[in-house]
Design a protein around this ligand. Structure first.
Ligand SMILES: O=P(O)(O)O[C@H]1O[C@H](CO)[C@@H](O)[C@H]1O
Ligand SMILES: O=c1cc[nH]c(=O)[nH]1
Length: 289
């Protein structure tokens, strides 16, 4: 027997839209481009041939439209995996829950969700200006202490190796992204393994006025190798996307515009240009030209 989801658990606004994203099921395309920065949504939708719908609430700005005949929704999420947990759960509810009966639908709809975000490289050979697709995401946050999922043997071994190397009191999580989308939208990009951090400064080894607890985190993560598996870059959402994608049954791929190199201490003076290149390349790869 399917369980009705109570009003306090799945919150639907009086106009029939979902609580945080402010979207109704008909507003969402089955291909979603997710970006961190609300201003980046327009940077994606400027290339659409037409825009049928726009809305915003909090950090969630949505534009749905058509690119070369393909219906695409571009949405911003803000920063961090806590936002991604909300984003993915509500996105999934829009397609997999009947809002009238509050029951999960009999037939599961799988979304293609592609993150276009910025990131810092932890490898000398991946300079600012590179475009990188994340084969795996490694979460240094604790989101997955609150959900249960299956991990592959490689994912378990990577998590254990990182916990040991950083001497963490909790187990990080390692999750593979969509292999289907890696082939489609990762075409021509560097393939890497992305470390998702619960912060931009201390958790990524940056020191402004406060010394991080693991000041040599970049060097430590750089030495980790599990059967050829190495870590390549830092950001703040990828592992959360991959974990929620696995739990909810969606294809998810994180694409990274590398704007900084943490080894050479370079920060690109053309971050917007790098992101724009990634946006245009991704749109073309989505429509398969
Ligand atoms: O450019 P976005 O997509 O926000 O991604 C990266 O940039 C933010 C930090 O500056 C974090 O969200 C990180 O993941
Ligand atoms: O170094 C970086 C650059 C972008 N985003 C991050 O989280 N880290």
């Amino acid at each position: 027997m399917k369980k009705r989801i109570p009003e306090s658990e799945l919150i639907i606004n009086p106009d029939g839209s979902i609580y945080h994203l402010n979207l109704k099921p008909e507003h969402l395309a089955s291909t979603v481009i997710a970006v961190g920065d609300p201003e980046r949504v327009q940077k994606v939708s400027q290339y659409f041939d037409s825009i049928e719908f726009k809305i915003s609430k909090r950090e969630f700005v949505t534009h749905t439209g058509y690119y070369k005949g393909k219906r695409i929704t571009a949405i911003s999420t803000g920063m961090g995996t806590d936002n991604i947990e909300i984003f993915m759960t509500e996105l999934d509810a829009l397609v997999n829950v009947d809002f009238k009966t509050r029951l999960p639908k009999d037939e599961h709809t799988c979304l293609d969700i592609i993150r276009i975000g910025t990131s810092g490289s932890m490898r000398r050979e991946i300079p600012a200006g590179s475009l990188l697709a994340s084969a795996y995401g490694i979460g240094l946050d604790t989101l997955m202490a609150f959900y249960k999922t299956e991990y592959s043997s490689l994912e378990e071994r990577v998590s254990k190796a990182i916990q040991k190397e950083l001497d963490l009191s909790f187990r990080p999580y390692c999750i593979q992204g969509s292999q289907k989308l890696l082939e489609q939208v990762g075409k021509g990009l560097i393939i890497g393994n992305t470390v998702t951090c619960p912060g931009f400064f201390g958790p990524q080894g940056r020191e402004v006025r406060v010394k991080p607890a693991i000041p040599d985190i970049i060097e430590k993560l750089g030495t980790i190798e599990v059967e050829g598996f190495q870590l390549t870059n830092f950001e703040m959402e990828t592992a959360g996307y991959y974990a929620m994608g696995r739990l909810l049954g969606h294809e998810v791929m994180s694409l990274n515009a590398i704007i900084a190199n943490r080894i050479t201490h370079e920060f690109s003076n053309d971050a917007y240009g790098i992101v724009d290149r990634l946006i245009q390349q991704t749109l073309e790869n989505i429509v398969g030209t």
